[in-house]
Design a binder for this molecule. Structure first.
Ligand code: CAO
Length: 424
């Protein structure tokens, strides 16, 4: 039977009130025993709290900056039969500041002395080893210049990895290659030689999303299937509903209808509402749909939970609230987690088709562009103007095949063409 247990700060020696400097997991994440959950930093050492058991994170009890001591609850983990509370065993502490250079020799392109001196916790060091990133070359963006996971990921994905990654990992390889494929180093150009330039640092969100997007692009074998939906009947219905709901202040765009169509299609084709876990597929019996939101700081993906249980106006209202929070940079982690499928709509802007990148660990994403009037014929002789919505479904070819993707698109489009289909 599944059991939620509290994971507590283990014995951390004489330390108490130690600040939390990094949290590596979010609600919904599956962790394996020994995976790092959070990093704590005293004035003497940085230590990771590893998971004592495998399970799924159901709640997080701490936030960055919180001060914790032995016995403080870090998070809850849903696992198999287990005691009601479990204390993690601390990972070996890494010195908070400089550590003595133990090995000056370089291994696989990494300057070991500089690596040892770098200001980073054990989990970040482990990740750097896996990705072949020389920590000595990084500038940390954490407090007091501490190197955090995002720095290592961003460095690796920008082609900065200089050493062979740890064996067994399909990650960035020397020169920005993947899985051992050597690519040419990224061109280093002094642009100022050709004209005036200015340097603008990427926002924190852009750095994080860049690292995620790059990993997803490199790891997932993407295919995109394009189709179109005939929304000639739906559009006047949408306009009519907006008129009727005018006083409520809720404005309904095409996107909430697409969320409902997505749920209908995901129920019909459950492997699209799933995640890969090793050699198994985890099929989800909940339908939480994320939507890409364009914000001044970069792309964010808020998630609307239980879309199957909500009406179109309820979805529209929640979408408006979440998009506003996203633009103000106020989204909370639980408002961006747990998604099972994502819709990326450029319909308010333009374009006809594009190739959206799957939001791992999801296995598919629907991209939508601006609807346009198109001359359509069913017999090749007579033509009628139909309002046409371009659809671009990217899917993970490890999980889905082309026929299933085409069927998904056809069904999705048919639902939008006639919403009565969801009743069948
Ligand atoms: N076809 C035609 N018109 C459309 C449309 C479509 N597919 N989708 C939206 N529109 C219209 C809306 O009806 C609205 O019209 P009015 O101003 O006349 O009312 C206008 O375009 C603007 O819509 P919107 O963008 O405000 O609303 P939305 O619900 O469609 O989208 C949101 C909300 C948050 C998804 C959107 O604002 C946004 O951020 N889009 C960008 C997503 C993005 O960046 N994706 C790319 C990710 S990959 O880098």
């Amino acid at each position: 039977m599944s059991n939620a247990i509290d994971i507590k700060v283990p014995d951390i020696g004489d330390f108490s009130d130690v600040p939390v400097i990094e949290i590596f997991v979010k609600v919904g994440d599956t962790v394996k025993a020994e995976d790092p959950l959070a990093s704590l930093e005293s004035d003497k050492a940085t230590m990771d709290v590893p998971a004592p058991l495998s399970g799924v994170v159901t709640a997080i009890a701490i936030k960055i900056g919180d001060k914790v001591s032995e016995g403080s609850v870090i998070l809850s983990l849903a696992t198999g039969d287990a005691p009601a509370a479990t204390v993690a065993t601390p990972a070996p502490a890494a010195p908070a500041a400089a550590e003595p250079a133990q090995a000056a020799a370089s291994s696989g392109g990494i300057d070991e002395a500089a690596f040892a001196l770098a200001y980073a916790g054990p989990a970040v060091r482990k990740l750097a080893r896996e990705l072949g990133v020389d920590l000595g070359k990084l500038k940390g963006t954490g407090d007091h210049g501490r190197i955090v996971r995002a720095d290592v990921e961003a460095f690796a994905t920008s082609g900065g990895a200089t050493a062979a990654p740890a064996a067994g990992k399909a990650t960035a390889a020397p020169g920005g290659g993947v899985g051992g494929i050597d690519l040419l180093p990224w061109p280093k150009v002094d642009f100022a030689k050709f004209g005036p330039t200015e340097r603008k640092e990427l926002s924190r969100i852009k750095k994080i999303s860049a690292a995620n997007l790059h990993r997803n692009w490199v790891v997932i074998p993407h295919v995109t299937t394009h189709d179109e939906a005939d929304i000639t009947e739906l559009e006047p219905f949408r306009v009519q509903m907006n008129r009727e709901l005018e006083k409520s202040g809720v404005k309904i765009s095409m996107l909430p209808f697409m969320m409902k169509a997505a749920v209908a299609a995901l129920k019909k084709f459950p492997e699209f509402n799933a995640s890969l876990d090793g050699d198994a597929l985890v099929l989800k019996n909940y339908w939480h749909i994320g939507f890409a939101a364009d914000t001044p700081n970069g792309l964010m993906v808020p998630v609307i939970r239980d879309v199957d249980q909500k009406t179109v106006p309820e979805i529209a209202k929640e979408m408006g609230e979440l998009a506003k929070l996203a633009r103000e940079g106020k989204l909370k982690p639980d408002q961006m987690s747990g998604g099972t499928f994502t819709i990326s709509s450029l319909g308010g802007i333009g374009g006809i088709y594009f190739t959206p990148i799957i939001n791992a660990p999801e296995v598919a994403i629907m991209g939508v562009c601006k609807s346009y009037w198109k001359q359509h014929s069913t017999d090749g002789k007579t033509y009628a103007s139909r309002l046409t919505l371009p659809l671009s479904l990217s899917w993970d070819h490890r999980v889905i095949d082309g026929a299933a993707a085409a069927r998904f698109n056809v069904y999705f489009a048919n639902v939008l063409a006639d919403l009565r289909r969801v009743l069948f």
